[in-house]
Each structure stands twice: as C-alpha cells, then as structure tokens.
Design a protein around this ligand. Structure first.
Ligand code: GLU
Length: 263
C-alpha cells in the first residue's frame, strides 16, 4: 500500500446509486460526493466513472426493471444521464467543485487520434481543477447495433484510469471485496484482502451479477487485470463503506481487496 496516491479513478455502479425500485439513492450519492470533495480538499485529483444512467432513466420513464430492448436502453440512458449529472452538479457545487461530463465510446481505445483527444480532455479538465465524470455513451453505443462498446463500466473504468494518468483505481460495489466463495451462498466466505496476481483461481472466485448492476465480480476482476498490468493499483470496496477510501489514500489497512499493480 502506498499512501502516495495523487490521482484516483473512482468507479461506482448502478446498484450502489439506486434503490431496489430503480429511483436515485440520494443518500448514497451525497455520501460519495462528500467523500470525493474531501479527497479533492486534500489535494488528490479525482476522476469519477459513474453508472446509473440506464437504471435512473428507466425509473423516470416508468419502465419496470431493466429495460428489455436496445431502444428502451438508449432512451433510458439519455434521460437518466441528465438526471445523474444534474444531481452531481448540484452536490459537487455545494463543496465548491466544478464537474465536466465525458461520454466515451469504445472506438476511442483503437483510434490514436480519438484517444489523444480524450487524453487531452482529461488533462485539461484536471488542470482546471475540474472533476471529470465519465460514462459510456449508451444512447448511441451498443454492440447489438454493430458498434463495439465497453458494455460495462468496470472495463470503462480501467480504460479511463489509464487514459487519465491515474495512479489508483477504486471500484465501489455492493460487496465488501472479492470473496473466496459466494457470500450469498456461503456464510463462512472470507474476503481476499490482497491479490498479487490475477490467476485462474482468482477468476474462479467471481460469482454472478447483481440484479440491477451490469457486470458482477468477473468484470471487476478483468478491469483490475487491465489496470494492474498498466501499473495501477486497483481497490475493490463496498460503496456503503465508502469512507474506506480514506484509509486507501493514507496507505492504511482497509476493508476490501487490493489488486496489486504489476511492476
Ligand atoms: N453505462 C451504464 C449506465 O450508466 C452502466 C453500465 C454498467 O453498469 O456497467 O447505466
């Protein structure tokens, strides 16, 4: 553990930002914004990768559960993204911080010019002390209509952590970390605190996706693989215990899992 984090990418998922009925979990977002603003006050740069657009948009459109069709998901994303950013803007501005929205598509990762442009955007926003808030551009980007996409914000978060020059990635989810067996089925399941290398055995510890989220544990571990191979320590913590991030930036023991960067 370092205690030397200067720039951190924080990813939060839909199940952490919404209630069971799909509406915005205002308390959870307020807690997140308060903590991230506090990190900024301590001089740590923050890049936020936030899911929730489709879930919140579906709720606003009166769609029950996950939208079933691509068109419904696109419409829900367009509506929900506005609601999400409106709330982030209000809450961060209470602490004096300015946010900027970046909606990315996967082609950026393959096209050197687009990639450079995205890198420039992050660098410039950060130089203005802005908190970039990132999501996939779900209204136009879906693999089902033949456009390659990230599909889940865990993969997106690893890509963004690299692109924006972060030295740490913190994925917040609805579990306390990576367990050695499925904690919903085995009450003796234990958190794996440190992962030195992402082996097949580690991948075998990943269970199923939650009902409101997209990826589940496997996409988080895959994201950790991408980030750690790029030299970025990756942390997995419970969004309900988001204050654990203070321990992470202080280099103290925390409740969660660290996937150590490959040196
Ligand atoms: N981009 C999606 C959204 O904002 C979330 C994808 C994910 O949950 O991984 O709804």
């Amino acid at each position: 553990m370092s205690g030397k984090i200067k720039r951190i990418a924080v990813k939060i998922g839909t199940s952490s930002l919404t209630h069971e009925n799909g509406t915005i979990n205002i308390a959870a977002i307020e807690r997140l914004v308060r903590i991230l603003s506090d990190l900024k006050n301590r001089g740590i740069e923050v890049v936020l990768i936030s899911s929730g657009a489709i879930g919140i948009g579906a709720s606003k459109l009166g769609i029950k559960g996950k939208p079933g069709t691509i068109r419904e998901r696109q419409a829900a994303a367009a509506v929900g993204q506005c609601a999400l950013m409106d709330l982030y803007d209000k809450l961060f501005s209470e602490y004096g911080y300015v946010i900027g929205q970046l909606l990315l598509t996967k082609d950026i990762s393959d096209d050197p010019v687009k990639r450079q442009n995205a890198e420039n955007s992050f660098a410039t926003l950060l130089s203005y002390n802005v908190i970039p808030i990132v999501n996939e551009n779900d209204a136009i980007s879906t693999s089902e209509i033949g456009i390659s996409n990230f599909g889940d914000n865990d993969s997106l978060s690893a890509f963004v952590a690299v692109l924006s020059g972060c030295d740490a990635l913190c994925i917040m989810t609805d579990r306390d970390g990576l367990y050695d067996s499925d904690p919903t089925e085995n009450k003796n399941a234990k958190i794996i605190p440190v992962v030195e290398e992402i082996t097949d055995e580690i991948i075998a510890h990943c269970g199923k996706a939650s009902s409101r989220g997209t990826g589940g544990m496997i996409t988080k571990v895959n994201a950790a693989k991408t980030a750690t191979e790029a030299g970025i320590d990756t942390y997995l913590i419970n969004s309900a215990k988001a204050t654990e991030i203070y321990k992470i930036v202080d280099g103290e023991p925390f409740c969660g899992t660290i996937f150590k960067k490959r040196s």
